[in-house]
Ligand binder design. Structure first.
Ligand SMILES: NC(=O)c1ccc[n+]([C@@H]2O[C@H](COP(=O)([O-])OP(=O)(O)OC[C@H]3O[C@@H](n4cnc5c(N)ncnc54)[C@H](O)[C@@H]3O)[C@@H](O)[C@H]2O)c1
Length: 252
């Protein structure tokens, strides 16, 4: 078995939403383990993450990408194949948090925005990565769902619906490509210290912490480690799976 430090030698990994948080931690980890990393994000700070990786001896590129725009996503995957020779790994991580609120006051523009980025963005990323992976006859996809895709939460309708959609998208895609040499899985992170949660107000943060079995939030590296494992050959018999990485949250 290839040691984990070299799991991605000669592999090209596309990571969406890697300008910060879980995506940036994943991009750094995959690059440190040998991958050529191609970051697709709307945030121009993705370029600094790529520069930082390259400065540490890794190989990384940033391609300005909006995951809700099919042409943009298709270009990202084509560019990754051009830069790295293939699309071996996709980490479909880009996402936004929602504004909490009761369902009978739901702003449908907000609903469409969350579904567009958090679900359709993942579907488009899978579609265009799988276009390359099918032609290659190999590949591994890890999408980032959430504990809120596995259990409900009052006030979280759009995000929960989108993340549950990601979980079942992955199950269906895992089955669809199981005999094609391509694996498709997801992680379902619990609450993690990232720009997405740092921006929440103190009341919401206190409520979040009160429900943590371990009494703390996760770190981006703790999520990246499981993404890296699922993306690697070491997880060769895992497909169509949604793995909780949540300090026990969904077990309650
Ligand atoms: N932080 C948590 O507690 C937590 C918990 C469960 C799941 N998640 C999921 O993890 C993923 C990463 O989130 P994070 O916490 O690292 O937050 P983050 O805000 O640091 O990362 C999200 C990234 O997605 C990018 N993005 C947003 N819209 C985009 C678009 N249209 N096209 C391309 N990129 C876009 C952002 O620019 C950002 O870099 C998200 O899917 C999020 O829902 C986070």
């Amino acid at each position: 078995m290839t040691p984990v430090e070299e799991s991605f030698a000669d592999r090209t990994a596309v990571v969406t939403g890697a300008a910060g948080g879980i995506g940036a931690a994943t991009a750094r980890m995959l690059a440190a383990r040998g991958a050529t990393v191609v970051i697709g994000d709307v945030d121009p700070r993705a370029a600094s993450v790529a520069e930082q990786i390259s400065g540490r001896g890794g190989l990384a590129y940033a391609v300005s990408t909006d995951v809700t725009d099919e042409d943009s996503v298709a270009r990202l995957m084509d560019e990754a194949a051009r830069l790295g020779g293939a699309v071996d790994v996709l980490v479909a991580n880009a996402g936004i948090a929602e504004r909490k609120g009761v369902l009978h006051e739901l702003d449908m523009d907000h609903w469409r925005q969350v579904l567009d980025i958090d679900l359709t963005g993942v579907a488009l990323s899978l579609k265009h990565a799988l276009r390359h992976m099918s032609a290659q006859g190999s590949g591994s996809v890890v999408a980032v769902s959430s504990i809120l895709g596995l259990v409900g939460q009052a006030g979280s309708a759009p995000y929960s619906a989108a993340k549950a959609g990601v979980a079942n998208l992955v199950r269906s895609a895992g089955l669809g490509y199981a005999s094609s040499g391509i694996r498709v899985n997801a992680v379902a992170p619990g609450y993690v210290e990232t720009p997405l949660t740092v921006g929440l107000d103190q009341t919401v943060r206190s409520q979040m912490l009160a429900r943590q079995p371990m009494g703390r939030l996760g770190t981006p590296d703790e999520i990246a480690e499981v993404i890296s494992f699922l993306a690697s050959d070491a997880a060769g018999f895992v497909t169509g799976a949604v793995w909780s990485v949540d300090g026990g949250y969904a077990a309650q």
